[in-house]
Design a protein. Structure first.
Length: 218
């Protein structure tokens, strides 16, 4: 099947059935191949899991060889919200295609992302018709809390990880997201990585893997 988004796919070894999926969303200016590097370690411990790493639906405005989920060239919250909701529609279509192709339910799917991809994962996980298995977000934030609380229709549990030296997306946004999620009765775990900038270090990747294993009951 051809998905609506160009996708880097990491499948289980031959003859192993697919029981779960992890959807990995890249950051601003990245692509599916970049974020798929996380699977090099993860796939050994998640043998019945397929990893799907789509490219954003738009070319990145400031990095034409990369992609974006929404444009950041205008510092206008309403514009950013509007653009992110267009990405949500595309990603919801993509996830439905995954579910149909591999005969999976939301409860068998983990949404994960870095930076802008984390922001999209949070929105997808809280505006779906039913909960996903879990969400893992690296170095992200809530795009628009006021809008999200109005549109919230589900309560997917999540694990948010951030570097305390992040100068691209302030670590304060982790605390803001945690407060929002607690107030809206969503199960949330967080981890602040010491001396870490805007990236996914081994400590974060390992913590995320353990969270996925626990929630996939592996």
């Amino acid at each position: 099947m051809t998905f609506c988004l160009k996708t880097t796919i990491v499948r289980p070894e031959k003859n192993i059935s697919i029981k779960n999926a992890v959807v990995l969303l890249h950051g601003y200016g990245g692509d599916g191949k970049d974020i798929s590097m996380l699977t090099l370690n993860w796939k050994r411990f998640l043998p019945e899991t397929i990893f799907l790493c789509p490219n954003g639906h738009e070319k990145c405005a400031i990095n034409p060889i990369g992609y974006q989920w929404f444009d950041l060239t205008k510092d206008d919250p309403n514009y950013i919200l509007e653009q992110s909701q267009k990405a949500e529609i595309k990603l919801k279509q993509f996830i439905e295609e995954i579910k149909n192709e591999y005969s999976l339910k939301n409860s068998q799917i983990c949404l994960s992302g870095f930076s802008q991809g984390c922001m999209m994962s949070i929105n997808l996980g809280l505006t779906s018709s039913e909960n996903y298995n879990c969400i893992i977000g690296f170095s992200g934030k809530l795009i628009n809390p006021e809008d999200l609380v109005k549109r919230k229709t589900s309560s997917t549990k999540m694990f948010l990880i951030h570097g305390d030296k992040d100068d691209v997306v302030s670590p304060n946004f982790l605390l803001e997201a945690k407060d929002f999620l607690i107030r809206n009765d969503i199960e949330i775990e967080t981890k602040m990585i010491k001396n870490c900038e805007h990236r996914i270090p081994v400590e974060a990747s390992s913590a995320a893997l353990n969270y996925i294993k626990n929630n996939f009951q592996i």
